[in-house]
Write a protein that binds this ligand. Structure first.
Ligand SMILES: NC(=O)c1ccc[n+]([C@@H]2O[C@H](COP(=O)([O-])OP(=O)(O)OC[C@H]3O[C@@H](n4cnc5c(N)ncnc54)[C@H](OP(=O)(O)O)[C@@H]3O)[C@@H](O)[C@H]2O)c1
Length: 235
């Protein structure tokens, strides 16, 4: 691999921010290893971007699926340089007492346990090599709160704490950061913002700023809560 080419692992690449990140990293010459649950979208990505890129149907909330994915990828590509724990979901807008136990668990399983599953299976090889960066997707709602998104807020506040603790465990040469991506017009934003989501940047516009920002991060950023510098990010 050319010295400045990065091996980038991204969860949740079938749409939204993950897809835009995958396409922008590839456009800039990096190798992307992505996952998502939707077979159709993952199949399309695999057709559009052949090896060395790799796209797999994996549900990050299922530890055994993540374990099998990591085993395959670590064997074929080795340890990633950059892990982007992007896959996420939000509860349908509702006061906490109206959120079913099932929906509450789903949000925790994907946003929080899914992130831990990826760390459990990919990070040991990065630690052995003593290099690499782990970016866990947080939110403005990981640092503030609003009505009707309590389960989501709970997971993103947890991501901030989990990531800062992880940062204290990593050897020198590595970094873990919680990242607020800003406010971007995706399916998720449409779910919680409704029609006003259309006033925010598209994932493609966002990725043009986010990818260079991510590529500049290094060990000196370890443990820092970061925000992609896009319009609306500090609202
Ligand atoms: N958009 C925003 O303004 C905003 C703001 C703050 C934070 N964020 C955070 O940014 C990240 C991306 O959000 P987004 O707006 O792009 O959301 P999105 O449009 O809803 O896309 C979510 C992605 O995650 C994948 N995913 C969901 N559950 C998964 C699972 N169990 N296993 C694997 N993949 C899964 C989805 O693919 P499948 O359905 O195919 O699995 C999809 O590719 C999330 O962590 C979100 O919390 C977004």
């Amino acid at each position: 691999m050319p010295a400045n080419q990065k091996l980038v692992l991204i969860t949740g690449v079938s749409r939204g921010l993950g897809r835009a990140l995958a396409e922008e990293f590839i456009r800039l010459g990096h190798v992307v290893l992505g996952c998502g649950r939707s077979e159709k979208e993952i199949g399309q990505l695999q057709k559009q971007f052949s090896a060395p890129h790799n796209f797999a149907v994996v549900d990050v909330s299922a530890d055994e699926q993540v374990a099998a994915w990591a085993k395959r990828i670590l064997k074929s590509h080795g340890a990633p340089d950059l892990v982007l724990n992007n896959a996420g979901m939000i509860n349908r807008n509702a006061p906490l007492w109206q959120v079913s136990a099932r929906e509450f668990s789903d949000v925790i399983d994907v946003n929080l346990k899914g992130t831990a599953n990826v760390i459990r299976h990919f990070v040991p090889e990065m630690v052995k090599r003593r290099s690499g960066l782990i970016v866990n997707f947080s939110s403005g709602w990981g640092r503030s709160t609003d009505a009707e998104v309590a389960p989501y807020c709970a997971t993103k506040w947890a991501i901030e704490g989990l990531t800062q603790a992880l940062a204290q465990e990593l050897p020198p040469g590595m970094a873990a950061v919680p990242l607020n991506p800003g406010i971007i017009n995706t399916d998720m934003l449409q779910s919680c913002f409704g029609d006003s989501a259309s006033g925010y940047p598209t994932p493609q516009e966002w990725a043009k700023i986010a990818v260079p920002f991510l590529l500049k991060l290094g060990p000196s950023d370890n443990g820092k809560p970061l925000t992609v510098p896009v319009r609306g990010a500090n609202d």
